[in-house]
Write a protein that binds this ligand. Sequence first.
Ligand code: CA
Length: 730
Amino acid sequence: MSTQGLRAPLIAMIVAAAGVAPAFAESALVRTPAEFTSALARVQPGDTLTLADGEWRDFQAVFTGVGAAGRPITLTAQTPGKVILTGRSNLSMAGEHLVVSNLVFRDGFSPTGEVLSFRKSRTERANHSRVTGVVIDGFSKPDRAESDNWVALYGHHNRFDHNQLTGKTNAGTTLVVIRDPEQGLENRHAIDHNYFGRRAVLGSNGGETIRVGTSHASASSSFTTVENNWFEQCSGEVEIVSNKSGGNVYRGNVFFESQGALVLRHGDDNLVENNVFIGNGLPNTGGVRVINRRNTIRNNYMEGLAGSNFGSALTIMYGVPNSPLHRYVQVDGAVIENNSFIDVREMSFGAGMDAERSAAPVNSRFVGNLIVNRDGRDPVRAQGDMSGVTFLRNIQSPKATQSGVLGRKVTLARGPGELLLPKGLKGFGVGADMTFVGREQTGVSWYPKKKAVVALDSGAVHAAAPGEDTLTRAIAQAAAGDRIMLQPGVYIVNQIVSLNRAVTVQGPVKGRAEIQFSRPSLFEIGGGAALRLSRVTISGALAPDVAGAAVLRAGQGAAGYQLIVEDSAFEDLTVNRSFNVFAAGPGSLADRIRLERVTVDKATGSVIAAHTETADLGAYNAEVVEVIDSTFRDVTGPVLDLYRGGTDESTFGPRLILTGSTFERSGRADDGAFKLYGVQRAQIRGNRFVDSGAPNFFRRVGDPVFIWSGNRLEGTPDLITNVKPLEVAP
Ligand code: CA
């Protein structure tokens, strides 16, 4: 079958339109949405519609038809990689035996709740259909909080393979299987050889890369297979994969540097085998979390996973007695055998045990597993009653504490596929032994797998001279990665400078570069942008008297941005009654905010105000905040104001490091020197509080780590907290 449109050019199709569809109409090259619709009206089984190379802007394609087994109706590109759907585009399909291939979605987003949908309406869906070789690259709604599913599989017997999905930044699953009791719950879909690329931390529930089903229909089986896919840096939330139905298979997938875990959240009789999890020691990288009945986890390989608790290399949960569908069904009949756990931080048996989750695992087996930690630490953490789990023939190196686990020193060597295999244990039947899918075997060959993120200071260096709007112009001309070097002098900026890329503004080594600004903000940082300020002094003297002004602010819904300020000073932020150094916009989420050797003198607001996520759904405004060797004088405060409300357990942040800093006469109002509410990890060491308000740390949910060590309080009330901080050596 031709995909070039040579045998039946469009003109022939139009001529034929009035009569009976000609038998020779096998392939049509279409150049506009109207031509597409008109050609589609006449397709027969075995025909191909070919979209002409070029940009298809604002194209909401509806692809319907009834093909036949072995004679599908195909929608494809004239040249793979050269048909680009941009703007407000999407594709929905309905019918039988349809194939979509080789399209690219980028530079836009879907105006509806799905980019690629296996249904046209609630009653018309696609079955026995296939999507292959489709790329969806950064096709995210601009507001992080606005949800959509990139791919929604409806119907049954559909295949989604060799596609490449990368760079989702807004809420909603990357790929979801939506099940329908009316049309049948046995989906029997195949999801294979796809490349799921970077998904940044969403900072709320709804950041799953794959979800199969929902809790209400989870007592039935979907029989969906997720096989030979590559998940690279899929870090949206605690569930990389959220399995919510029965009878599914997860086989031969690679999870590379992905935060979260494959979670058997709801449903029974699922099989997880031959998967590889590589964490490279990155925070929150996990393996498999087990809940429900008769789930089998065998022959998986986990290496360098640094996750703990619900995101451990292996998590066996406590359940709720007679659990409602949406809670946690007791683990019953789990088989966990022949897995390798190499240099993992934690294996959590009995996780989540509390007053509600009081049912220990029963009838379960942990057999023939290999646990090796080359640094000698013991990753096994068991809580509650583990008598319902039979431990047999496992080996742990260098030593074991659990019965049914033999302790002995095991040496490892890299085997095929770079997996670490034990030496001299042949015949013991322990650990994983497998082949797995290569990265180049997933996705497509004609489109790069990684979107090039332009790093700070990777580009050209430009000089800017003092004056009015000289800095504004220099930034407007800077490309991503560029650095603007300021000469000594005063720079006046008369507009809010919007940043959508990585830019550094750096002052001189000798002399002072001072920036003043006449609008309520100097910089507004957009999604994916990065701003580094170095060796500058920023004065609020010219700013207007507007409440809630901020020198630096994140735009509404901006996600995945970075702000780094070093060796710099902020002065005279006093013209109005709440003048912040930095303020997070509603729905925004920073990857990282870092202040190092920063001095703030006189501010009527906060230094970091990140508390706009007040819906209490576990969302927050900053994943990582670092404040190092900085000084805050006469800041009304709270100097740091971080908020994460609600009891949702889908997220890992915020995380805070505050060290070597001094607070003087700051935070003397109600909220104190700093107010940390719902922060999941705080390391506060070696700071000095002088004549300031009390530091405040409130636990909201989970098991936060709060290290409070070597801090000096002079003329300052004691720490106010509802947890017992870990006191560790300074
Ligand atoms: Ca979730």
